[in-house]
Design a protein around this ligand. Structure first.
Ligand code: NAD
Length: 500
């Protein structure tokens, strides 16, 4: 096994950082377990340097015309498209997800860059002529300044791309703090901005852990924070950032349910459950982890799912497998612990992913697709976000019982209903307390021109990612009331202005 490791360092002011880090973290290939990189961790003072660099560069970019800004966006889009296979390979090497899936993630991120190319249109304000006699009123949206993006391990390229193209198009300077577990893809994407013609200092990357995050959350020159990660950290980021006067959107964890009614196409539902339960080894915030099956069709559905699972190949993401390893050994052990707990708590273990043949290195972080049936809401496999390839079937008697379970759940990221009854589907979209809803679509990730975000403990703050909500988040509104006096006007009047 090779012992060569790559140094992964910060990108500040358009250049790789040349200092020596006091702390570093190991980056591993999850399919082999080998350490392949060492990532520098930023200290508080280094984060301060990055913020100062961004702050100094920002006014020039904020003052750059929309025509020039959108040209940079178009150039970035072209570069990202041209390099998407390289970026996907970096994702697979550090995250473990299979290459096709990694490419899909880059493509979904690319769509946000395409959306942001339309920034001149998106930033158009309103104008009212003659709101009062010879008085015009208009609204404008202006950039915030330096903004921070803090991202999780599970979509190392796509999640930063949910925010960065929009933030930059709106005229902000960005500091990205990617996950320390798989930092290379985000760094490679960040480098493309310089090639696209973005001025140095507008796109910066600092790596690290809590120290770097805390430095961003408390720095007075960071105006806004976009965070994606687990719920406890999202809550912490939201509370700390807002306490320091920042605008914060903090997207948290999930426990996504799929409700299958008796009139659903069960083959379609079984395909969907397998794809959405085990794609990316269940390490997706939109993964389905609880399948609510109405009892009359549950046996048949479980059989169909089991049959499909027997055809899945788990292994190294570069070898054409269906599912890759989990991201770290620690995470694999945690997920395997849930499998043990589910069995001990009395759920029926239909497929045990701990037993399996894995097409990858002996020391890879392997766990195969796992299926539980007869799961009840008091079990830990139902209550907790497992974030692994474990699908739990909960049997319900009716639509209402399924809906009640979904609405009682503390999370509200994504959900799906499978049915051929348009009335039931319409009721569901109206009654379910979840931010993103699929009707016969298991992973309803909104397209870039809509906004991505959950409800309840899946989002702290009120603004979702990308789409017009993203533009709103990265700008401040201003309303101008304007009167150009002609010489006939004048005189004193201390009363409150009234329209006439
Ligand atoms: P995480 O919360 O462990 O880490 C996210 C980011 O926070 C990383 O950059 C990490 O370095 C930083 N961080 C970790 N601990 C910290 C601490 N104590 N203080 C300050 N910063 C800290 O999440 P993860 O394991 O990387 O990602 C998986 C989680 O993200 C899952 O819960 C998943 O549901 C969630 N997620 C949510 C969405 C969404 O859109 N709602 C999307 C993707 C992932």
């Amino acid at each position: 096994m090779s012992t060569l490791t790559t140094r992964i360092t910060h990108l500040i002011g358009g250049r790789p950082w040349e200092g020596a880090a006091e702390r570093t973290g190991d980056v591993r290939n999850p399919a082999t377990g080998a350490v392949t990189g060492r990532v520098d961790f930023a200290s508080t003072s280094l984060v301060g340097q990055a913020v100062a660099t961004a702050r100094a560069a920002w006014p020039g970019w904020a003052g750059t015309s929309l025509a020039k800004r959108s040209q940079v966006l178009f150039a970035f889009r072209e570069l990202l498209n041209a390099r998407k296979h390289e970026i996907a390979a970096l994702i697979t090497a550090e995250h473990g997800k299979v290459l096709d899936d990694a490419l899909g993630e880059v493509t979904r991120g690319l769509e946000v860059a395409e959306f942001a190319c339309g920034i001149p249109h998106l930033l158009k304000g309103g104008f009212t002529e003659n709101a009062s006699t010879k008085v015009d009123v208009y609204s404008i949206r202006q950039p915030l300044g330096v903004v921070a993006v803090i991202s999780p391990f599970n979509f190392p390229a796509m999640v930063p791309l949910w925010f960065i193209p929009v933030a930059i198009a709106c005229g902000n300077a960005v500091i990205l703090k990617p996950s320390e577990k798989d930092p290379s893809a985000a760094l490679a994407v960040a480098r493309l901005w310089t090639e696209a013609g973005l001025p140095d200092g507008i796109m910066n990357v600092v790596h690290g852990d809590k120290e770097a995050v805390d430095a961003l959350l408390t720095h007075p020159d960071v105006r806004a924070v976009s965070f994606v990660g687990s719920t406890p950290i999202a809550k912490y980021v939201y509370e700390t950032g807002t306490a320091h006067g920042k605008r914060v959107q903090a997207l948290g964890g999930a426990k996504n349910h799929m409700l299958v009614l008796p009139d659903a196409d069960l083959d379609l539902a079984a395909d969907a459950a397998v794809n959405a339960g085990f794609g990316s080894a269940g390490e997706r915030c939109m993964a389905i982890s609880a399948l609510l099956a109405v009892d009359t069709v549950a046996d048949e559905l479980v059989e169909k799912i089991k049959d499909r699972m027997s055809k899945l190949r788990t292994g190294d993401g570069t070898r054409g497998c269906d599912m890759g390893p989990l991201v770290t050994g620690q995470h694999r052990d945690k997920v395997a612990g849930y499998v043990e707990a589910g069995a001990a708590e009395g759920a029926a273990l239909v497929v045990d992913g701990r037993e399996g043949d894995f097409d990858g290195g002996e020391d890879g972080f392997w766990l195969g697709p796992t299926l539980f049936d007869h799961v009840t809401p008091d079990m830990s496999i139902y209550r907790d976000e497992i974030f692994g390839p474990v699908l739990s079937v909960v049997r319900v008697q009716s639509y209402d019982e399924g809906l009640d379970l979904i609405n009682a759940n503390p999370y509200g990221n994504g959900t799906a209903i499978f049915t051929n009854d348009g009335g039931a589907a319409r009721r569901f979209q109206n009654e379910v307390e979840v931010g993103m809803v699929g009707i016969n679509v298991p992973i309803p990730v909104p397209v870039a021109y809509y906004s991505f975000g959950g409800w309840k403990s899946s989002l702290f703050g009120d603004t979702h990612a990308h789409g017009t909500e993203g533009v709103h988040f990265f700008t401040r509104g201003k309303v101008v009331t304007s009167r150009w006096l002609d010489p006939s006007h004048g005189g004193l009047n201390l009363g409150f202005p009234q329209n006439d």
